[in-house]
Design a protein around this ligand. Structure first.
Ligand code: URA
Length: 271
């Protein structure tokens, strides 16, 4: 059995982008978990991507795996892309390359150096490339897209865009209330259906030609899709991309939680 893996950042301009990532002068430690390092992307960096996704910021699973959107949000997104026939030809970056701690102030969000570094990635992924559609996850990602779109390079680029609800917004807004969660998921899937209908005509080169099947009121079997092994660094065990919940921030206070990520091999893997 062979194990596909992501080759990483060996080719330009990504090699230099990774070498020149912004430090604590741009991403203040009061607002970002800079101690865990930046996490850059997931997906194709070889020019084959047809869809670009802008997420928000990496969480604990991403911190361990060193690729973005590999937890629940990532599996929901993977299902959204699959409905467009996009199973491999995508590339994802986040609005923020470091994990957000608490919230991000407008002053930090608007820092020219923070925006400029993100624009270097967007330039690399969009200019003279074959992206057909852009998906933004949540309001901060939409703002990131609009900031790039206002640049001369952005103005010269024409792609279909869907600004959709962030995949874990339902959990954030429902705060453990099951009724609210079901309502928020229903609202999100309605919003995602609108996004799918907007984007489907723009996807000229899907990986698989699939009839567009919209979401119902709740996630059904098959709506959440595992993260492909080929998106992840070499040698990563299968349970790290087939499921999530194996990485938790643990501690009796905020500082300890910030300092600890506990990894637990899921039940059934060790038998
Ligand atoms: N993980 C990410 O990397 N980005 C998100 O937006 C959510 C989870």
């Amino acid at each position: 059995m062979t194990h596909p893996f992501d080759p990483g950042y060996g080719t330009e301009p990504f090699r230099t982008l990774c070498a020149e990532y912004p430090d604590t002068d741009v991403y203040p430690p009061a607002r970002f978990r800079v101690e865990w390092g930046p996490i850059f992307h997931r997906g194709r960096l070889d020019g084959s991507a047809r869809v670009l996704v802008i997420g928000q910021d990496p969480a604990q699973h991403e911190t361990i795996v060193r690729r973005i959107l590999v937890g629940e949000a990532g599996r929901r997104l993977q299902g959204f892309l699959a409905k467009l026939g996009i199973t491999t030809s995508y590339v994802l970056i986040n609005t923020f390359f470091y994990s957000v701690y608490g919230s991000v102030t407008t002053a930090v969000r608007k820092k020219p150096e923070l925006i400029a570094y993100r624009h270097r990635w967007l330039n690399a992924l969009l200019i003279d490339q074959q992206i057909e559609a852009v998906v933004t996850l949540g309001t901060l990602a939409t703002e990131a897209w609009q900031l790039w779109k206002a640049t001369p390079q952005g103005q010269a680029t024409n792609v279909a865009v869907a600004a959709i609800t962030h995949p874990t917004q339902p959990e954030s807004s429902a705060k453990n209330n099951k009724t609210k969660l079901a309502a928020a998921i229903k609202a999100m899937l309605k919003n995602w259906n609108a996004g799918l209908q907007q984007l489907a005509p723009a996807i000229q080169h899907p990986d698989q030609v699939t009839p567009l099947v919209l979401y119902g009121d709740a996630f059904q079997d098959g709506d959440r899709v595992s993260i492909p092994a080929g998106d992840l660094p070499a040698g990563l065990p299968a349970w790290m991309h087939e499921q999530d919940g194996w990485a938790r921030r643990v501690g009796t206070d905020e500082q300890k939680k910030r300092a600890n990520i506990t990894i637990t091999v899921p039940k059934g893997v060790l038998s």
